[in-house]
Design a protein around this ligand. Structure first.
Ligand SMILES: C[S@@+](CC[C@H](N)C(=O)[O-])C[C@H]1O[C@@H](n2cnc3c(N)ncnc32)[C@H](O)[C@@H]1O
Length: 314
């Protein structure tokens, strides 16, 4: 049986725990996975990607929560975190592997040494249409707009059609924008530090990728351009005002499924509310519509509305 307590202890003892956000790794991992399992139906049939896995806090807590997927793959651009996962997690969690991905990030480059890494093209070939589900905690809160789009596209290419991707971010919408501009959000995405005509807010001008927020329409556009659509949103409490469950916003996207032939689509039958009248009575009433309208108008919508009012009154 996996000794998860030992893995968490190794995480606590590692300076890398601070690189990925700090706090107690077990508490953070468990909190993330409780959000994830509420939003995605994961189980033994799942093939799951943890994108930007860091030292594997999410993966280990997923296992702790009783989700034992068919396949679990962690990817990250920082060699030391992948080394950590290979040393401490792979021997303990079955069906789990890690991939070191080529890539740069102004906020994390100081931890990236020269090392052979796999390009996204190579990994796309290896995992094309493979994963049923993917998630990324606190990754898209550290990507510039170009990388945000590229990484959505990359993850989408590895999802099977109809597969789901949950990522966390800071979404600028009417409420969060109002709170940020009023200086009331509990995350410092300061009003003086906007970028890109107000579609992108950052917290630190000298480290823009420390925390970055994007407008909701921009996020939806980028998701769509990656071949997915936003299908669920769970807001975080970062915006203040007592809104949300987790810290960041959790966006669930679904990769567009393969479409069926129209005749194979199962439609739910509509509830039938036929008036209990004989055919002859109904046709007499249809004839009567002109008199209901009172103006002899034959506009169908108006006729239908009047007919319904007529029946309701009876
Ligand atoms: C705040 S940490 C979160 C780590 C992990 N998801 C967790 O919750 O413990 C952000 C992670 O994203 C990774 N990352 C940053 N840019 C990335 C990119 N372009 N592709 C993949 N991972 C990236 C970093 O290396 C880092 O491990």
């Amino acid at each position: 049986m996996a000794d998860l307590a030992h893995i968490y202890d190794q995480m606590r003892a590692s300076p890398m725990n601070d690189w990925v956000g700090g706090s107690d790794p077990e508490m953070v991992g468990d909190a993330c996975i409780s959000i994830l399992t509420r939003l995605l139906p994961l189980g033994g049939h799942s093939r799951i990607l943890d994108f930007g896995c860091g030292i594997g806090r999410g993966l280990v807590s997923l296992h702790k929560a009783g989700v034992h997927p068919q396949q679990l793959v962690g990817m990250d651009i920082m060699p030391p975190v992948i080394d950590f996962c290979e040393e401490h997690i792979v021997p303990q969690l079955p069906n789990t592997r890690f991939e070191l991905l080529e890539g740069a990030n102004d906020h994390y480059d100081r931890f990236i040494e020269q090392r052979q890494r796999k390009s996204s093209d190579v990994l796309t070939e290896e995992y094309r249409d493979n994963f049923t589900d993917a998630y990324a905690f606190s990754v898209f809160t550290h990507l510039n707009q170009a990388d945000f789009q590229t990484m959505l596209h990359f993850v989408s290419s590895m999802l099977k059609p109809g597969g789901r991707f949950m990522f966390t971010c800071f979404e600028l919408n009417e409420f969060s924008r109002h709170m940020v501009l009023a200086g009331q959000s509990i995350f410092p995405l300061d009003r003086d530090r906007m970028r890109e005509a107000g579609d992108v807010f950052i917290a630190h001008p000298d480290d823009p990728l420390a925390f970055i927020a994007f407008d909701n329409s921009l996020i939806r556009k980028m998701v769509w351009q990656a071949g997915m659509a936003v299908t669920k949103v769970s807001y975080g409490c970062w915006m203040g005002g007592g809104v949300g469950d987790g810290l960041q916003d959790a966006i669930v996207c679904t990769k567009l499924p393969v479409l069926k032939a129209v005749e194979d689509v199962q439609m739910t039958p509509l509830v039938q509310r036929e008036p209990e009248v004989s055919d002859s009575t109904a046709s007499e009433q249809m004839v009567d519509i002109g008199s209901i309208n009172g103006d002899g108008s034959d506009k169908p919508a108006l006729q239908l509305k009047k007919l319904m009012q007529y029946w309701k009154k009876r």
